[in-house]
Design a protein around this ligand. Structure first.
Ligand SMILES: [Zn+2]
Length: 378
């Protein structure tokens, strides 16, 4: 019999440790600290940990569970969070009732603990199927996986299944569909001038950006699953200076690959000409993650996972989400992928982020049992 509950105290202790290390995507030192902690733990289990060095971001970890065997299962998780250095100090790991709080607690430090203890439980139970798994723990998921994308694709090659450890939804649902996403940055250059003395010499970058924001937001088509949001802007020097520079940051979500191509083209069209004479526009960025569609093989994998869940008394539902994850990469590689296999929680990317503590051991046992089942297939 496989048991996870016996590790509950250890799991929460490790989770506290991990949450209290800031690991924002751009804070290499912190992400590497998390990586070191994990590498140490996986080494203790007898797994080999390969560190894929990065200069700007944290190092990625590629963990192999068996020796010389060709694994058919890939587990994908990430160490980075969206929170800046200093956040953990301001609001460290805490427990109130049945919930745990802290930066990255559900997205996805609880998942990291879950992966480690799923293997701990499998080994303890004398199960051999874990040898069939390779684990990839990356450092830059929250910023679109610029340095891990190729690594994920490489690791996914030849795999039959990908288990992605983003948190389960608030109601415990797994994720079988995701919208694709892209990020663009629009830089507008104008001409500075004193707005009282010689306004005629100025070319307002802010005014130009305002036109572009309105046009970009008109590309929204929520019914079709297309959303475009200029979520952050910068610009201007002083209130009495015609602004020489303005920047808009654009987030794009699409439901199909065709939409991805079409929307990118429309954004380029909008940004091809200036509305305010004399301003210049530079558009940077591109679509980052393809949409993940629930196809036949995802459906089949879901059924296996649901069956494993039923044996544990869990009624596992699945759902679609607009958020992006690395599941899109493995699914696009043709690997049967299920996402949302982490513990249950909510409010990710906010101060109210939480983990449902009982789900930590429950979903870890589920993961262990899924590995057991899938690892049996030859
Ligand atoms: Zn995440």
């Amino acid at each position: 019999m496989m048991d996870v509950k016996m590790y509950k105290k250890d799991m929460l202790a490790l989770l506290e440790k991990l949450v209290n290390v800031d690991s924002g995507s751009n804070y290499k030192e912190g992400v590497d600290k998390v990586g070191n902690l994990l590498a140490e733990k996986f080494n203790e289990l007898g797994f080999s940990v390969e560190r894929i060095k990065q200069e700007t971001f944290g190092d990625h970890l590629r963990i192999r569970c068996g020796q010389g065997t060709k694994s058919t299962i890939l587990i994908v998780a990430h160490m980075d969070t969206v929170f800046k250095e200093g956040t953990a100090k301001k609001r460290p790991f805490s427990i109130v009732g049945e919930r745990a709080y802290g930066p990255g607690v559900i997205d996805m430090k609880a998942s990291l603990v879950s992966v480690l203890y799923a293997f701990t439980a499998l080994k303890k139970a004398g199960s051999e199927q874990y040898r069939n798994v390779e684990i990839l723990i990356t450092s830059d998921e929250e910023i679109g996986s610029p340095t891990s994308k190729a690594l994920i694709e490489q690791a996914a090659k030849g795999k039959r299944y990908a288990l992605v450890m983003e948190p389960a939804r608030k109601d415990g649902s797994l994720v079988t569909e995701r919208r694709g996403n892209g990020r663009f940055t629009l830089v507008v250059k104008g001409q500075a001038a004193h707005s009282g003395i010689e306004p005629e010499k100025g070319r307002s970058a802010i005014e130009e950006l305002a036109y572009k924001i309105v046009k970009l937001h008109r590309l929204n088509d929520l019914d079709q699953g297309i959303s475009i949001n200029v979520g952050k802007i910068e610009g201007g020097d002083a209130v009495n200076t015609i602004s020489p520079r303005a920047v808009g940051y654009i987030d794009v979500r699409v439901s199909t690959s065709e939409q991805a191509v079409a929307v990118e083209q429309k954004i380029e069209e909008v940004c091809a000409t200036s509305d305010v004479k004399g301003t210049k526009i530079e558009l940077h960025g591109h679509m980052k993650r393809p949409p993940m569609k629930k196809d036949q093989q995802i459906e089949e994998l879901l059924q296996i996972v649901q069956e494993v869940g039923r044996e544990m008394g869990l009624d596992l539902k699945d759902t679609a989400t607009g958020g992006g994850s690395d599941a899109s990469f493995t699914a696009a590689m043709g690997v049967a992928t299920i996402d949302g296999l982490g513990p249950i929680g909510g409010n990710a990317h906010s101060e109210k982020e939480y983990l449902e503590i009982p789900s930590l051991t429950e979903r870890t046992l589920l993961l262990a049992k899924i590995i057991e089942r899938l690892g049996d297939e030859k």
